[in-house]
Design a protein around this ligand. Structure first.
Ligand code: SF4
Length: 250
C-alpha cells in the first residue's frame, strides 16, 4: 500500500497560529498580509476605510489597506471584559468560527464606506451580526472581504469544524451568502490565488475544507477532537460525536 504523504493544515496560516509564528517554515504574518493584498487586487471596491474583525483578520486587513491605498483603522474592538479573557489553543480549535463580543467604533464608521476583513466564514451567523453592528454604528456601506476560500467541507483530521450541512458556503453560492449576511458586497480569497501565493510549498498543504479533496479519506466514522474515548471493546467511539463520511468524494 502506498504510504500517504503528510500534509500541513493551511488553517494554521489563516486562523489558528499567532501572527508572530513561523509555521511549516513560513511566517504567518507574511501569509496573512499577502492574503489581504490578493483580496485588494482581486476584489477591489471603492471605500473610505479598511477595518478588521479582530484578532485573526487584522494582518490581512493591513495587507488589504496597504495595497488599496486606504487607511486601516480599528473599527471593531474585541471586548476583553465580556466572556472569556483568554482562549487556550485547544479551546480555540473547539470554538472554531466563534468570536468574542465585538464593539463598533462609531468615530471610525459613521458615514463611511467600510471594507471589513475577516479570516473565514463558517456558519455565517457571526458575519451577519458584524454587518448589522457596523451599519447600526453608521457605516454607509459594508463590504466583507474574507481572507480564505469558502469552507465547503468538514475537517476529519482534528479541527472541530461543523458538519458540512451547517457550513453556509456548502449550502449557498457567494451571492446567496452575501444576501444572508446583508453586506453590500462579499468576496473570498480564491483557492487558486492562495495556492499560487504558496508557490512551490502549495502541494504540501491540505485544503480539503475548501476543495472537498481529502488527502486521506476518512473511514466510515471519525471521532471528535478532544473526545479520545474509544473503549477498545466495541470498536466504536464512546459518548462523542461521530460522522459518516459517505458524501465525501476523493
Ligand atoms: S480539512 Fe481544513 S482544517 Fe482540516 S486539516 Fe485540512 S485544511 Fe486544515
Amino acid at each position: 500500500m502506498r504510504r500517504p504523504e503528510p500534509k500541513s493544515c493551511i488553517f494554521e496560516h489563516i486562523y489558528f497560529a499567532l501572527p508572530n509564528s513561523v509555521v511549516f517554515g513560513r511566517s504567518v504574518y507574511e501569509s496573512r498580509r499577502a492574503f489581504g493584498e490578493i483580496l485588494a487586487m482581486e476584489a477591489p471596491v471603492e471605500c473610505d476605510v479598511v477595518i478588521a474583525v479582530p484578532d485573526s483578520g487584522v494582518v490581512a486587513a493591513i495587507g488589504y489597506a496597504a495595497k488599496a491605498g486606504v487607511p486601516f483603522q480599528q473599527g471593531l474592538i474585541r471586548s476583553h471584559y465580556v466572556g472569556r479573557t483568554f482562549i487556550e489553543p485547544s479551546q480555540k480549535i473547539r470554538d472554531f468560527g466563534v468570536k468574542l463580543k465585538l464593539s463598533p467604533v462609531r468615530a471610525v464608521l459613521e458615514g463611511k464606506r467600510v471594507v471589513v476583513v475577516d479570516d473565514s466564514i463558517v456558519r455565517g451567523t457571526t458575519s451577519s451580526k458584524i454587518v448589522r453592528l457596523l451599519k447600526e454604528a453608521g457605516a454607509s456601506e459594508v463590504h466583507m472581504r474574507i481572507a480564505s476560500p469558502p469552507i465547503i467541507g468538514s475537517c476529519y483530521y482534528g479541527v472541530d469544524t461543523p458538519s458540512a450541512e451547517e457550513l453556509i458556503s456548502y449550502k449557498m453560492k457567494v451571492e446567496e451568502v452575501r444576501q444572508f449576511i446583508g453586506s453590500d458586497s462579499l468576496a473570498f480569497l480564491p483557492l487558486g490565488s492562495l495556492q499560487n501565493m504558496l508557490g512551490a510549498d502549495s502541494p504540501n498543504f491540505c485544503y480539503a475544507c475548501f476543495s472537498g479533496q481529502y488527502p486521506i479519506m476518512p473511514g466510515s466514522k471519525v471521532k471528535r477532537v478532544g473526545d479520545f474515548v474509544d473503549d477498545g471493546v466495541t470498536g466504536d467511539v464512546d459518548g462523542g460525536w461521530v460522522q459518516t463520511a459517505a458524501p465525501v468524494k476523493a
